[in-house]
Design a protein around this ligand. Structure first.
Ligand code: GDP
Length: 735
């Protein structure tokens, strides 16, 4: 029977969930009344539970859009705040607290807010109704309420009591109706009282004669009439439904006086409920035509927009998620194809060769005896020298094999994989999805960290034999020589590049001068050191001679510098003594110092750098010709060709490491990652997660919204048309 209201409430909820223009409004019952008129009590009697926040300090600051949904086949009673996502709230005390919090969140300075709170109540005991509870009118402005509060409340109410809404004007029986703010306001927008219903509360506070007179109000007759109620909550457990208790009390009250049983006098919450349902149903029915028109218009506009903006292309959160995940997996696949065994080997070998170059620089190229190395073979070479260079090679080789190859090579690959995944996670479309991007990084980390220790250990184990002995075939040797030449060549080029860069920044002439100065002062320093050493030796081996020398030096200096006091000299420290010991007269030394050109310390640093680059380049050139010489063609001469031998070792380490890294790490990663992506980011994550994901991308979000709007409007349109058909059928039957 009340199908229309029920269906239209569904329609209303659908319309509320989409962004539509304001003309698309379904009629609702708007409840207005002065503070303490008993407004809350009436609403609670209808709902059957105390759920509205109470208190003296302006507890209703926002409109509450209350939708009652009759659920005849379920005993469950609960509320829902669609915009809060709290789910079903079965405890009405909790609903009350939530409403209170929402109201109190409106700052005191704003007093009231026009942003409605949406609340739906599902129960077998409620009728299908939509009601809007508004802040109560206030009579006097109290000291701590701003002056404008009264106006603000009036404005808010006025906005809501416009057509097509039905006005429920609540007035207390013990207050003169002429003073009712609710009736005064409703009269402004509905002067004939065509859509206003008066509810007179607190009927127990007036005598029956007076009560009936109020209900028959002749001064301001309402088309929909007045209904008297006694809605004081009976108290008791908050779990029980109070509607029946209220009705029982009312029955007792109204039956006790014959006046209330007269025709045309309406009393009781039960009557009120029925009346509200009828009015809403009728109102909705008469509005159906215009509602359909408005929906049709909105639907047309949405369809047009969809065509223009998206060329009617369908989009869903699911398809977007699937597409994004596919993109990611494809890119990963492309990467893993491009980063196969050969590329990994290249990386690892490069890393090991850098290490090898470091070792060569340290152990060979800075050895002052390095130029002896090519002559090592000649018969004149002492056994001692041979041993020295053999040992060098052993040390260099084990420096390479024992440098933590397992950990380092594994880490290198881990780094490359992590970096790549990071790039994929930050690229379109995941740049819109920070959570998903983090998930990608976390998955990468998870897989890699679960494998890296085992991989490093494995690699370390398999290269273990090379720590003791590295054998190589002639072929391997030839390859090693080739690579060593290439590496040394590059090293040489880098050296020369760096040198010429210094030359251009400093200037060739200036640099040459600075270099000469550095060389000269180094020589000078060396001379002094030598002298110091000689003195120290003398003092140690022949203290007497030393003292005699000292004394002579002191005498000499006295004859030339008689101004200096005698005593002080004997107390002079060693340095002074050494200085005095030089053959060069002191004044001459000072003179030289004064003539010394002054160089910027930074320039001197550059000069030293250039000097060492020059020396290094020279050594490298030597080494290159050694490596290209006949000696290095033969693997037996590995001692003379350490670079070639180490290149062979590096290659062997790389080859072996990569084999295991591939098996233990790469293959695992390539196998596990796509599966993880599917389960943590894909369509398996569920509808809600997918929607959230899709909406993070603003373009997709807009597209989806419009799609959703179109779908919902179509659904609404279907529903409305069904209702119209039924209405017409009913009319036809009546005829
Ligand atoms: P609101 O401020 O308009 O929401 O009014 P309330 O529903 O909170 O009621 C204000 C006061 O009037 C409360 O103390 C209620 O107990 C009391 N009240 C409400 N309805 C009745 C009634 O029918 N009879 C009597 N005697 N008191 C009532």
């Amino acid at each position: 029977f009340m199908l229309l209201t029920k269906k239209l409430i569904e329609v209303r909820n659908v319309l509320n969930s989409i962004d539509h223009n304001d003309t698309l409004k379904l009629p609702s019952i708007v409840v207005i009344g002065s503070q303490s008129s008993g407004k809350s009590s009436v609403l609670e009697a209808i709902v059957g539970h105390e759920f509205l926040p109470k208190g003296s300090n302006m507890v209703t600051r926002r409109p509450i859009e209350l939708t009652l949904i009759h659920t005849p086949h379920s005993k469950e009673e609960y509320g829902e705040f669609p915009s809060l996502g709290l789910g079903k709230v079965h405890d009405f005390k909790r609903i009350q607290e939530t409403l209170k919090d929402l109201n109190m969140a409106v700052p005191e300075s704003e007093c009231v807010s026009s942003k409605p709170i949406e609340l739906r109540i599902y129960s077998p005991n409620v009728p299908d109704l939509t009601m809007i509870d508004l802040p109560g009118y206030i009579q006097i402005t109290s000291k701590n309420q701003p002056i404008s509060l009264k106006e603000k409340i009036s404005e808010l109410c006025e906005k809501y009591i416009q057509e097509p809404n039905i006005i429920l004007a609540v007035c207390a029986a013990d207050v003169d109706l002429a003073n009712s703010e609710a009736l005064r306001s409703s009269r402004k927008v509905d002067p004939l009282g065509l859509r206003t219903i008066g509810v007179i509360t607190k009927m127990d506070l007036v005598e029956p004669e007076r009560g009936v007179a109020i209900l028959r109000n002749q001064d301001y007759p309402l088309h929909l009439g007045y209904i008297g109620v006694v809605c004081r909550a009976p108290g008791g457990s908050s779990k029980e439904n109070i509607t029946q208790a209220v009705i029982k009390t009312e029955d007792a009250h109204f039956r006790s006086s014959y006046q209330y049983s007269q025709r045309g006098v309406f009393v009781g919450t039960g009557t009120l409920r029925r009346k509200l349902m009828d009015i809403l149903e009728e109102n909705m029915g008469s509005n159906l035509g215009s509602i359909i028109k408005a929906v049709q218009k909105e639907l047309d506009e949405t369809r047009y927009q969809f065509k223009v903006e998206y060329n009617d292309q369908k989009m869903s959160a699911e398809s977007y998620v699937a597409e994004s995940v596919d993109k990611l997996k494809h890119r990963f696949k492309d990467f893993s194809r491009a980063f196969g065994k050969p590329q990994v080997r290249l990386e690892i070998r490069h890393m090991l060769e850098q290490r090898m170059l470091d070792i060569c620089a340290q152990r060979y190229w800075s050895d002052p005896r390095i130029n002896e190395l090519p002559q090592l073979d000649s018969s004149s070479t002492a056994e001692e020298d041979r041993l020295y260079w053999d040992l060098q090679l052993d040390l260099a080789s084990s420096a390479l094999t024992k440098s933590g190859v397992g950990r380092q090579t594994t880490q290198r690959v881990v780094d490359i994989l992590s970096r790549t995944m990071e790039q994929l996670a930050e690229a379109e479309p995941f740049n819109h999805h920070p959570d998903a991007a983090n998930t990608i990084k976390a998955m990468t980390h998870e897989i890699l960290s679960s494998r890296s220790q085992a991989t490093a250990d494995q690699v370390e184990n398999t290269i273990k034999p090379f720590k003791y002995e590295v054998e190589c075939t002639d072929g391997e040797w030839t390859e090693g020589v080739k690579r060593a030449i290439a590496l040394v060549q590059t090293e040489l080029e880098m050296c020369e590049d760096a040198l010429s860069k210094i030359k251009t920044t400093v200037g060739t002439k200036k640099l040459r001068k600075a270099i000469n100065f550095v060389i000269e002062s180094d020589r000078e320093e060396a001379r002094r050191a030598q002298r110091r050493e000689a003195v120290a030796k003398l003092r140690e081996s022949n203290p007497r001679q030393y003292l005699e020398d000292q004394a002579r030096a002191s005498r000499d200096s006295h004859s030339s510098e008689s101004t200096e006091p005698h005593g002080e000299h004997s107390q002079d420290d060693d340095t002074q003594a050494q200085e005095d010991n030089r053959s060069v007269p002191e004044d001459e030394d000072e003179l030289e110092a004064a003539m010394r050109p002054h160089f910027n310390p930074k320039l001197l640093v550059k000069a030293r750098e250039a000097l060492s680059l020059r020396d290094r380049a020279l050594v490298l050139k030597y080494r290159l010709s050694a490596l290209k010489s006949k000696t290095c063609k033969n693997a037996k001469n590995k001692t003379q060709c350490p670079e070639a031998f180490l290149a062979v070792v590096a290659e062997k380490l790389a080859y072996t490491s990569v084999m295991f890294i591939q098996v233990e790490l790469m293959n695992e990663f390539v196998f596990q990652l796509p599966r993880m992506i599917d389960s943590r980011l894909g369509v398996k994550t569920g509808q809600e997660a997918m929607e959230k994901f899709a909406k993070e991308n603003p373009l997709v979000g807009k597209h989806l919204e419009l799609m959703e709007k179109r779908t919902k409007l179509e659904e609404v349109w279907e529903k409305l048309n069904y209702l119209v058909r039924r209405q017409e059928e009913a009319k036809a039957r009546k005829w």
